[in-house]
Design a protein around this ligand. Structure first.
Ligand code: GTP
Ligand code: MG
Length: 549
């Protein structure tokens, strides 16, 4: 019997070490910890510069890429070429030049369609006319291919999670890492999001030279998925007054009132609908708490939400970005929980009474604060320096430490991803949502200030609840699903020491649970206790021990 136990312990240890090795290997392959932390402002600045050096060109087929390459090389040296295809067999080539001046020359020398029905608009979205003579086109030489990064058939559509090979990995932690790798927003997706923002920014430059359009939300907060929507905000850069200039622009006074914002949204809606190429299905939602224009950017194949002056949301994205990069376990855990919620229909693309991805992300972060894997926000506020002070136009204080690499300490908690996933479900399965509100600012619960089915204190506007939208029915459904998920995981892990993530995404199989419970009840004769998962485990251990001895 002792021999068997030591054997089992040895096997478990071996399995554990393999698991750890895989996780460590992944960790060393990613830039996702504080040693290589990139400041949010730097990340945004680099991506914006990239988009200023880029154009998106529609081509008739993949075969035109070399022709396009040689044509575009006339304007300046090319740094990167990405090709992708959208449904309807449209091929696109994102071409990045070394220098922005090349894009300006290219746009100056591009032409418009000679058709009085088509409005001539300057934008980074173009199409490539096939050459009258094939003589001019040359194939890419090997030298060309070596000099530039040339990437064909980039993924623009989220893969079906059933086809990414999750079932081939024994370790749940590895499955979570694979899920992240296959579904997270990729380089081309990020580039196109910044180009989509730049299209609007450029179109307004003539009249509003200080305006900029920034992506926020999951496109930049490190929790974005291939194909998730683009949240954009139009805002003004800070005015750097030139004291020596004696000529000052005349201007009109503008209020930041809700009515003014609603009117701006209407005007932006018209601009997108009437003039900007690729923008379709424009809807002005000016009555919402945060008025937005919704539209589709057809060349990129994504849905966009454009808001005006929502500076707090930009700061919120930075806060989430910091947490997402704090520890390598944060993002795979958030991705898995969001995917679980989507697959079992807890979340929905349309806003409503159900829990949102944003609330789910905050719940995962709160749980990781309990595990002391990430800090509470107060710690970031206390450590802020002068350069971190940000007060928005609306007077919201968004001051917190930006360069968290200064905070770097070895995190003592070494739990694996599978332990954390189970921990998340267990923690919230028994959480008292009725009396407690969740405060990421303090990293602990506080008494609910008012009735709401779920109360998550808005980290930047602490008098608001970010999950106010959730109805009691949806909250009850969420709680049941948390318990079910914990149950599914516990019973499988304790029993077989393995777990397939897809089983979690299938949701809860009532029949299977009833059958297992029935079997155990049958075995635990003369017992008045309730059947627990531990019973299931103990029972299977006994059977296993019997088999081995
Ligand atoms: P996806 O589902 O991947 O799009 O996640 P997301 O984080 O981008 O969510 P969404 O597009 O719904 O919202 C974009 C951003 O707006 C979020 O990241 C938050 O910063 C902010 N946001 C969303 N919902 C709320 C809310 O209820 N309250 C507040 N204050 N901000 C919100
Ligand atoms: Mg979003």
């Amino acid at each position: 019997m002792n021999k068997t136990c030591s054997l089992r312990r040895l096997c478990n240890l071996h399995e554990y070490l393999i698991k750890q090795h895989r996780v460590i290997r992944y960790k060393s392959n990613t830039c996702n910890d504080l040693n290589s932390f990139v400041l949010y402002d730097k990340f945004i600045c680099e991506r914006r510069s990239q988009s200023k050096c880029s154009v998106l060109v529609q081509v008739s087929s993949e075969n035109s890429i070399s022709d396009l390459y040689s044509y575009c090389s006339k304007f300046g040296s090319i740094k990167n070429i990405f090709h992708y295809q959208l449904a309807g067999s449209n091929h696109f080539v994102l071409t990045e030049f070394e220098d922005q001046s090349a894009v300006n020359t290219l746009l100056d020398q591009s032409t418009h369609v000679k058709d009085s029905n088509v409005i001539a608009v300057r934008s980074p979205f173009l199409w490539f006319r096939s050459s009258a003579s094939k003589k001019n086109s040359k194939l890419l030489s090997t030298d060309d291919k070596l000099n530039i990064s040339f990437q064909i058939n980039q993924t623009m559509i989220e893969p079906n999670i059933k086809n990414i090979g999750l079932e081939k990995l024994d370790s749940l932690s590895d499955q979570m890492l694979l899920l992240l790798k296959c579904t997270q927003l990729n380089d081309i997706g990020t580039r196109l999001r910044f180009l989509t923002a730049m299209q609007i920014e450029n179109s307004l430059k003539g009249i509003f030279p200080l305006s900029k359009v920034l992506p926020f939300g999951s496109s930049v907060n490190s929790f974005g998925k291939i194909g998730s929507d683009i949240d954009l905000v139009l805002m003004d850069s800070e005015i750097k007054e030139n004291k020596t200039s004696r000529l000052i622009y005349h201007g009109k006074c503008m209020s930041n009132s809700r009515t003014q914002i609603q009117r701006n949204i209407e005007i932006l809606g018209d601009l997108l609908q009437l003039f900007l190429p690729g923008c379709s299905r424009v809807k002005r939602i000016s009555q919402a708490r945060v008025p937005i224009v919704k539209y589709s950017q057809d060349f990129v194949g994504v849905e966009c939400d454009l808001a005006v002056s929502n500076e707090t949301a930009v700061n919120m994205s930075e806060l989430l970005y910091i947490f997402g990069n704090f520890d390598y376990r944060v993002r795979p855990l958030v991705f898995t929980v969001k995917m679980w919620a989507r697959e079992i229909n807890l979340t929905n693309d349309t806003p409503g009474r159900w829990i949102t991805n944003f609330s789910l992300t905050l719940l995962v972060l709160f749980y990781l604060q309990q595990e002391k894997i990430i800090p509470d926000i107060q710690t970031l506020v206390k450590q802020a320096s002068n350069s971190d002070v940000r007060i928005t136009n609306e007077g919201i204080n968004c001051t917190f430490l930006r360069d968290v690499s200064k905070l770097h300490k070895d995190v003592e908690n070494k739990k694996t991803l599978d332990q954390l996933l189970l921990g998340f479900f267990e923690y919230f399965s028994t959480f008292d949502f009725n009396t407690n509100a969740i405060s990421l600012n303090f990293g602990k619960t506080i008494n609910k200030p008012e009735y709401s089915a779920l109360y998550i204190v808005n980290p930047l506007e602490v008098h608001f609840n970010v999950s106010k939208n959730i109805s009691s029915e949806e909250m009850e459904r969420f709680r049941i699903e948390l318990r079910n998920a914990a149950w599914i995981m516990e019973s499988s892990l304790l029993n077989t020491n393995s777990f397939n993530l897809l089983d979690l995404f299938k949701g809860f199989d009532v029949n299977k649970k009833n059958q297992i419970v029935f079997e155990i009840q049958h075995q635990i004769k003369n017992s008045n206790r309730l059947v627990t998962v531990k019973d299931l485990f103990d029972d299977s251990q006994t059977q296993e021990d019997k088999r081995l001895t």
